[in-house]
Design a protein around this ligand. Structure first.
Ligand code: KG4
Ligand code: ZN
Length: 388
């Protein structure tokens, strides 16, 4: 297999990323400029601000990634960039820069689906080699701020193909973490802080209903208008739904009269530059900590249970769990325990590689590089891109 240094560029949401990865596995550099501070006052990502921040960060981030990897613009073998899904304006910043580089340097240009990037993050850092051979079919759960998708993945002669067998009917899991954190005055993004606070509460204190496990959705099949629409022979679909639990948390806040405390916490945290765990703990009473722990337990149980039902029914041999929410500690421990009981090997990216980064984009580009799957200069962003 030929060696290749691929420069990856990622700008689909609120992280500007650039990385150099050797032959799809070895990370030589991975630079991420986070925009969290920019979006924090708004409690979520503001698309116009995201594009502006990408414009500001792109050149220095790419330069730093090359320097840390001991590479130059000329020495890399190809340039890979996220084509979608994501915010159109944000994607265009990365794509325009990647095109300019590829054109000026006369290098091949590779377009990568962000979701495929998350799947390939699992293959980085030689994590699989340490743990033995990879057996297909693989079931990949991509669980992030924008997606909660289940894909059956196969590979043949470096061609990876994916079949979507499940998705969220409403909010993505990461979106539910973010919305619940916002509702409780804990700030943005919600996942990392809920992850840390949950360890300090009782996960069995509040009971939340989880939604239905599995059903073939015939209406989708007739409409045929969105990703992963299954034909009859494609078999069952495994769907998720997380808007209900968010509403249940809101109802709990109202019935338990937590609003005044939430307002105090929101204001106090806004006044602290980079609040620490102790600040959150000081500002949260037992009831709130129990609520946070119970919310996370319900989310984790639902994600793990539904994914393992899908894994059993599809008779997969390996499970991948990736995307921002895959950084969640309780999710990882629970998947390892439950999949272990089924004798199913489960792999995650390292926690740092679970959230958005460009190393995963460069990794996913490597099989395409081997297949010479290059794009022409007229390709563009695809905000609603699906993975196949
Ligand atoms: O993959 P990602 O960085 O961006 C998207 O493609 O969406 O995922 C970001 C999402 C956010 O919703 C964030 O709250 C969530 O991942 N997240 C977490 C954790 N770290 C990030 N959710 C739960 N626990 C975490 N530790
Ligand atoms: Zn992502």
């Amino acid at each position: 297999m030929p060696d290749a240094h691929i420069l990856g560029i990622e700008s689909s949401c609120d992280e500007t990323g650039a990385a150099v990865v050797r032959s799809g596995q070895e990370i030589l550099s991975n630079v991420v400029a986070s925009q969290i501070a920019t979006h924090q006052p708004y409690g979520g990502v503001v698309p116009e601000l995201a594009s502006r921040e990408h414009l500001r960060a792109m050149v220095p981030v790419v330069r730093q990634a090359l320097a840390e990897a001991g590479q130059t613009y000329r020495s890399v073998d190809a340039i890979a960039v996220t084509q979608g899904p994501g915010l159109a304006g944000a994607l265009l910043v990365g794509i325009s820069f990647a095109k300019a580089l590829a054109f000026a340097l006369d290098k091949p240009l590779i377009a990568v689906n962000h979701l495929e990037g998350h799947v390939h993050a699992v293959l980085l850092e030689r994590r699989l080699e340490e743990n033995g051979e990879l057996h297909f079919p693989v079931l990949a759960l991509v669980v992030s701020g924008g997606h909660t998708h289940l894909y059956l993945a196969q590979v043949q002669e470096n061609l990876w193909t994916y079949r979507n067998i499940g998705h969220t009917r409403d909010d993505a899991a990461g979106e539910a973490f973010d919305k619940v954190a916002k509702l409780l005055g804990l700030g943005y993004p919600g996942g990392p802080i809920i992850d840390r606070l949950a360890a300090h509460g009782d996960p069995l204190a509040v009971k939340f209903q989880t939604s239905q496990i599995k059903h073939p959705d015939r209406r989708d099949r007739k409409q045929g208008d969105h990703e992963g629409v299954a034909r009859e022979e494609d078999g069952p679909r495994f769907d998720f739904s997380y808007s209900g639990i968010k509403t249940a948390v809101l109802r709990y806040v109202e019935t338990e009269k937590l609003k005044a405390e939430i307002e105090v916490r929101r204001r106090a945290l806004a006044d602290i530059d980079q609040p620490k765990l102790e600040d959150y703990l000081r500002l949260s009473d037992r009831k709130t900590l129990n609520l946070v722990a119970s919310f996370q337990r319900s989310m984790v149980s639902d994600l793990v249970m539904k994914t393992l039902v899908a894994a059993r029914e599809c008779e997969v041999r390996t499970l991948f769990v990736s995307g921002g929410v895959a950084a969640n500690r309780e999710l990882r421990v629970t998947f390892e325990r439950e999949a272990g009981m089924q004798g199913l090997p489960v792999f995650f990216p390292s926690r740092a590689l679970s959230t958005d980064n460009a190393a995963m984009i460069a990794a996913a580009a490597f099989p395409k590089f081997l297949r010479r799957e290059f794009v022409a200069m007229d390709f563009s962003a695809e905000a609603g891109m699906s993975l196949r």
